[in-house]
Design a protein around this ligand. Structure first.
Ligand code: ZN
Length: 188
């Protein structure tokens, strides 16, 4: 089922997600719905906050992106990305591994807005899958950006928080308008 994606100004986007401790059929259904929603919107990642639920669940799939490479390794061995997509990360934690790099980012909750964001080039990720099994991997390139962007969402952090001042200033009016429109549409 495709869920509505909430936009900037929706209060859930600023909420820290509760940890998931029940790995049941309802969680599995929610993960399926998030995947349907992400693919329908042509996104490479989606966090629970973006469908109005403050919980530690995110889905990612970078396998269709050809112009921006990704790297992934499990137990130190590089693995083919498509074998591990879509990624379902529940209760994830991210540890930076090396230097910061700048690259373009967008967000399904900020239609038409793109900016260069600086983040560590590669990260180590620990998470649980939809059955509650723990797993760890390292990643770089686009996948590392996507993971960090989505894990930020789970903490209520948005990519505009990491934009350079000058970029954010240029977008100020558009962001204001988006926030007002979203808040007007909220149920009273
Ligand atoms: Zn986003």
């Amino acid at each position: 089922m495709i869920l509505p994606i909430v936009k900037y100004g929706h209060p859930t986007l600023r909420q820290k997600g509760d940890a998931v401790d029940t790995f049941d059929a309802a969680l599995e259904q929610f993960v399926d719905d998030m995947l349907d929603t992400m693919y329908d919107a042509d996104g490479v990642g989606l966090a629970a906050q973006q469908v109005g639920k403050a919980t530690q669940v995110t889905v990612i799939d970078v396998s269709q992106v050809e112009d921006r490479p990704s790297k992934m390794a499990v137990e130190g061995k590089e693995v083919p990305i498509p074998d591990f997509m879509p990624l379902v990360l529940i209760n994830p934690a991210v540890k930076p591994l090396n230097e910061m790099v700048k690259g373009p980012e967008g967000c399904l909750s900020f239609p038409e807005i793109y900016a260069d964001i600086e983040r560590p080039e590669s990260v180590e990720v620990s998470a649980q899958d939809h059955k509650g099994n723990s797993f760890t991997f390292t990643c770089g390139g686009l996948l590392a950006k996507a993971v960090q962007h989505e894990v930020d969402h789970l903490k209520g952090i948005l990519f505009i928080d990491r934009m350079e001042r000058k970029d954010k200033d240029k977008l100020r009016h558009i962001l204001e308008a988006m926030r007002e429109t979203t808040q007007k549409e909220l149920p009273q």
